[in-house]
Design a protein around this ligand. Structure first.
Ligand code: SF4
Ligand code: SF4
Ligand code: FES
Length: 698
């Protein structure tokens, strides 16, 4: 168990029971609560087999049950490692070539498969699903909430950062995993809400029945059951987009969400140095989470001319000397069985790579954060089947989790009203406007100017972009902070300059770590500046010299720490660090980095290019697909028959968006091609489970 996180500035590292398992006959240990994938990666194993087509290594990509890259044999049964809990004595082995099934000649026994009628079925127990269940449960509507993980929370449990939005509506200032715990307790307290964990929705049938499999990840323990809901809410979230580049299936190329699952949920240190592709909020936050876990971030590259995520997230990285390279893209990843190097290049205004701009970076991991796709196939099938169906959260529109909570709440209200033959409650229009604001893109960025210097103590707001966030206003006991125009998207400012009592609440609550406090009461010319800090800080002591930087990481000088303030009970894990700085730079100081901050290393060697894989399940290359399209193929089902693209065990969920991108790039508009036909089952399920087989394997 070498790759474990033992200290984390935000997360507690629990003591867990050690359990033994074997990998390919080798005795290893993991922890109770691990998935098979997390235990293997913690043990230093991330090649889970060899693909049957080309013998290339298979590893994980999504860690969320959406692709099937992490297929392994567990006690002779092929399972997705990321969805299968590790058990004492489990025998794990790689899938080399095609998986073989255990010989079993005993006659199967089948059980009746009753259909359970429920008022509302919610698929997905993330922020939207839980919020909807709370609304429905609070009005007594019979609700079944199912989730494919062994805990509620969805992406909230991966989110160690504080939330934006407002305290009142989206618990701004709290961390995602804390919000998940609170909502889970609220759901548990509602008698009309039944929760089924470790339960995957696998199909929506034309007779209005939804098929569910419980215990799907555990060999021999799957139970298939059927539900007929009066209303269906699809809150299934989103899946990560893969990116087409040579080397994109090498072990070490993950989705950003997979990385957050390993690092933040499972406390597995799966990288030492990584490159992030994509500077939206997901990529920027994942990069910061990496730094918190002690992983070096070589750079964040972004194809677009501008950072897509919030400026406060980007600024946090810049202050720590992480380069954010816009108009850059990844060209390839290479390595011997694992990523060892990534090549990036600059792109011009047309998106073409500029010759000679290539740079090679020595990294062991490439995080793909180029966007998400809605998991909405259940929604469309339910519509076809005539089931009254709703969607909420990322399954409806990709946005922040704070928006998903409000969307779920709205969906719950709408469904409750529909079932009770009423109209939507009057508060709905207010919530609809709030949802629109939370889903909006960041607005313009304002210039930063020195404070008016009227007060001897005052917060400085290094938050200059219009984003939906305002907990700095609501936590101030003096009511001294406001946002421009009193809008949640307005930039904050000190509304009553003489009122600040230096309580530091605003500094601690800010999710962007974008507020400092400048206190000139004891020395006007050398004020004390307090800055928030959420990275490992065991080496920081009083008198440690660090590089103080401005909002975007420009160095202001080397200064010693004069005081370290522990996190408060209300805002755990946000430490405060104080400096005494000359007055002219005090208002500019926004953070610091240690003197030993490693500079980005540039590797020398260039390895041979690998093929660009589009369909990772079937190892179909971009060239094969483009050739078929250029030969006139316009039906993705025909493309599937010709090349096997989309025929793999993920059911085409991973490659379909890339296929559609390639068609567009080849000049084929969406109206001119036939999409892949949805399979009747969206998730792998054994025939025995589907038939209600009673036998449990020993
Ligand atoms: S430090 Fe306290 S009193 Fe001063 S503005 Fe911030 S929250 Fe208000
Ligand atoms: S300064 Fe205020 S508005 Fe800006 S990120 Fe921090 S809490 Fe949100
Ligand atoms: S990537 Fe799974 S079927 Fe293509």
């Amino acid at each position: 168990m070498t790759n474990r996180i033992r200290n984390h500035p935000v997360l507690a590292v629990p003591t867990r029971e050690t359990i033994s398992f074997t990998w390919h006959g080798r005795l290893l240990t993991g922890f109770a609560g691990d998935t098979v994938t997390s235990a293997l990666v913690a043990a230093g194993i991330d090649c889970f087999g060899r693909h049957s087509k080309d013998g290339s290594p298979e590893s994980l990509f999504c860690a969320n049950g959406q692709c099937s890259a992490c297929l392994v044999m567990a006690d002779d049964v092929p399972v997705k490692g990321c969805m299968t809990p590790l058990k004492q004595g489990m025998n794990l082995s790689p899938v080399n070539d095609l998986p073989s099934l255990p010989r079993d000649d005993s006659p199967p026994q089948f059980a009746e498969l009753p259909v359970r009628d429920v008022g509302v079925l919610i698929i997905g127990g993330g922020p939207a699903g839980m919020a909807a269940a709370i609304e429905l449960g609070s009005t007594g509507v019979e609700t079944l909430l199912v989730d494919d993980k062994n805990m509620l929370g969805g992406k909230l449990v991966l989110q160690t950062h504080k939330f934006f939005g407002s305290e009142e509506d989206s618990r701004a200032g709290m961390r995602g995993y804390q919000i998940a715990k609170i909502m889970e307790a609220e759901v548990a307290a509602l008698p009309s809400v039944d929760v089924c964990l470790d339960t995957t929705a696998v199909a929506v049938y034309s007779d209005g029945v939804v098929g569910l499999v419980t215990g799907g990840g555990l060999p021999g323990h799957s139970r298939y059951h059927q539900v007929r809901p009066r209303r269906l809410l699809v809150a299934t979230g989103a899946r990560e987009r893969m990116l087409a580049f040579p080397g994109n299936t090498l072990p070490g190329v993950f989705g950003a969400g997979a990385f957050q699952t390993l690092v933040n949920r499972d406390l597995v240190l799966c990288s030492r140095r990584l490159l992030v592709v994509g500077a939206g909020n997901v990529g920027l936050i994942a990069a910061y989470h990496a730094l918190q876990a002690g992983v070096e971030v070589a750079a964040v590259v972004e194809f677009a001319p501008n950072v897509g995520g919030y400026a406060v997230h980007a600024d946090k990285l810049r202050r720590l000397d992480v380069p954010i390279l816009t108009r850059h893209t990844i060209l390839k990843a290479v390595g011997n069985g694992h990523v060892e190097q990534a090549t990036i290049g600059a792109v011009d205004e047309e998106g073409a790579v500029i010759p000679g701009s290539e740079q090679e970076w020595a990294v062991d991991t490439v995080l793909i954060a180029v966007g998400l796709n809605r998991v909405d196939e259940f929604y469309h099938k339910a519509q076809e089947a005539g089931i009254p169906v709703y969607s909420a959260g990322d399954a409806a529109e990709i946005a922040e989790a704070s928006a998903a909570m409000i969307d779920g709440r709205l969906a719950g209200q709408t469904i409750a009203a529909a079932l009770q033959h009423g109209s939507a409650p009057s508060s709905s229009s207010d919530w609809i406007s709030k949802l629109a604001v939370l889903r909006s893109k960041p607005g313009p960025t304002h210039a930063q100017s020195p404070p008016a210097q009227k007060a001897l103590v005052e917060p400085v707001f290094h938050c200059l972009e219009e984003i939906p966030c305002n907990p700095c206003t609501s936590v101030c006991p003096e009511g001294a902070v406001a946002t421009e125009g009193d809008l949640i998207t307005g930039v904050p400012y000190l509304f009553k300059p003489e009122s600040c009592k230096a309580c530091l609440n605003c500094v601690r609550v800010c999710p962007g770590l974008a507020i400092t406090l400048v206190d000139s009461r004891t020395d006007y010319h050398h004020p004390t500046v307090t800055v928030p800090y959420e990275l490992p800080h065991t080496e920081l002591t009083i008198d440690t010299e660090v590089i103080v930087v401005d909002r975007q990481g420009e160095e202001l000088g080397v200064y010693p720490i004069i005081k370290l303030l522990k996190p408060s009970r209300a805002y755990p894990a946000t430490a405060l660090v104080q400096f005494r700085l000359p007055r002219d730079i005090a208002w500019r100081a926004a953070g610091f980095r240690p003197m030993t901050s490693p500079a980005a290393a540039i590797a020398a060697a260039v390895a041979a290019a690998a093929q660009t894989i589009i369909c990772r399940c079937e190892r179909v290359t971009e060239t094969e697909i483009r050739d078929a399209i250029r030969a006139g193929v316009r039906d993705l089902n025909q493309l599937k028959a010709l090349t096997r693209t989309g025929m793999g065990s993920c059911g085409g969920k991973t490659c379909r968006p890339l296929l559609e991108d390639i068609l567009r790039q080849e000049g084929v508009p969406p109206t001119d091609f036939t999409p892949l036909t949805e399979r009747p089952l969206f998730v792998e399920v054994s025939l025995g489970a589907l038939a209600g087989e009673k036998k449990v394997r020993s």
